[in-house]
Design a protein around this ligand. Sequence first.
Ligand SMILES: *[C@@H]1O[C@H](CO)[C@@H](O)[C@H](O)[C@H]1NC(C)=O
Ligand SMILES: *[C@@H]1O[C@H](CO)[C@@H](O)[C@H](O)[C@H]1NC(C)=O
Ligand SMILES: *[C@@H]1O[C@H](CO)[C@@H](O)[C@H](O)[C@H]1NC(C)=O
Length: 530
Amino acid sequence: MRTSIFSAVTAAGLAFSGFSQAAGIDEWKGRSVYQVMIDRFARTDGSTSAACEMSLFCGGSWKGLMNKLDYIQDMGFTAVQISPIVKNIDDHTAVGDAYHGYWSVDNYKLNDKFGTEQEFKDLVAEMHKRDLFLMVDVVVNNMVQKFDNVVPPKVDYSKFNPFNDKKYFHPYCNVTDWEDPKNYQNCWLYPYGVVLADLDTDSPAVADELGSWVNGLVSNYLIDGIRIDAAKHVNDDFLPGFVKSSGVFAWGEVLTGVTKDMCRYQTLGLLPGMPNYLEYYPLNEAFNGGSFEKLDKAKSDARSGCNDTFALGSFLENHDMPRFANSNDDMALAQNAMTYILLNDGIPTVYQGQEQHFKGNGTPFNREPLWQSNYDQQAPLYVLTSTLNKVRNNAIKLDTSYLESKAETLRADTNHFCMKKGPYGSQVVFCITNKSSKGDKYQLPMKGFQPSEEVVEVLTCKSSAADGTGTITMYMDKGAPKVYVPTAALKGTGICEKTSEDGPDSAAASLGAARGLAALIAVGCAALLI
Ligand SMILES: *[C@@H]1O[C@H](CO)[C@@H](O)[C@H](O)[C@H]1NC(C)=O
Ligand SMILES: *[C@@H]1O[C@H](CO)[C@@H](O)[C@H](O)[C@H]1NC(C)=O
Ligand SMILES: *[C@@H]1O[C@H](CO)[C@@H](O)[C@H](O)[C@H]1NC(C)=O
């Protein structure tokens, strides 16, 4: 039904429909990723009832996800990242059950808690039919067993497949020094509740086996990309070969806010991409008493330190961090923060529940079942995400150079961060603010347009025109973000088909306009995606 939004502009456009073929870095840069935790996204029968225990299984499945792909696609996403898919331990432990999929015990069996092999294949086929890329999380740092609290841990290696012998693992030591790579790469993470028996990825036998495993996994199931869990905790030399064996784009989890520690993975050619933790921290700070100057600095540092910031995942939430709204649940702040990650350089990545303004704290409370929201497609952040993904998809379609044009800072001060991204004609000019919904009413001039260019603010569908110097007036109110696109660029997209004139007193009408847009989007984004 839906055809590729990129097929018109990409020579290899056909590769996007039907079967995926080894999606590489360039294909991924044009995508927007929705992160799903399978156990918490949707149940097979679609039931939304019953509270579930946050550290136990809640019943989500691959089939449940397949049945709810409209929810993701109507939000404008073009890729889905899912929990690991291989068999995990069945034990109940002091830190709960393996509902998240990270406690591998058998790499060659699929996780029957999430469904059958046929159901998984059906999910992938349905995703590809819809031109959605699939990214699968993979665990290579360790195999897992229940921990009986005796040190050194007693591990029954014969239970692991294929690493069924002690010789495939580093000798036991507990990670104690988070600054010393030798320590945090060779020792065992978190011996509590479970032991994460640390694979000796330095050894050719282990590295070769993991390479051949991932190669088979990707080709058997037509996976388009992988996320490498705990990439920072395996030895450097292992990574390039593993990524190459996968044959697809890879993100590696490198949890650090230090530019040189993260960027070295790109400059040394160890990983093509990583979730962008360099901006994650200052972005959060800016909305929690900090300022945007630090974020602007982090951004330029990342550009000079890393080889390719367009391959970084731009994110605000994931399954490991407290939700954004956990520290401040003001809706305007969340709208601003999400505007930033959806329009920033890099590949936008939204973690399920973020669009529903979930508020959970650290693990496992940040893993709320999505069905608690009744999959509300009118929720303010759902509507915002939908609009902005479509704005971005449209800008890419108009001019693929949008993707690798650096977002240019127009203003970075204590309360505002404004940027222009993309060449004239398909540029997006946006301003975020940390004033919150209690923010005052004021006017702010903003450059970034051609003289007399007609523009639309897409979150309120207000139209205006730039003056002779290419400057527009932004009517700021209640801390709302502002996103402007040339009127000409919106033709035929379904975005803001009806507009009204912008002005100092037009803010009150904005909610109505946003609702109208929501209704339009709920129709299934048909206009844009067909
Ligand atoms: C492992 O080290 C951490 C400190 O990094 C410590 O809190 C924990 O108790 C240690 N666990 C064991 C089993 O030695
Ligand atoms: C990254 O950029 C640096 C500096 O331009 C270059 O020396 C290095 O080869 C690049 N690395 C990769 C993997 O492209
Ligand atoms: C916004 O930034 C200013 C300046 O750094 C700061 O004083 C204020 O607390 C921030 N607002 C929020 C909601 O964090």
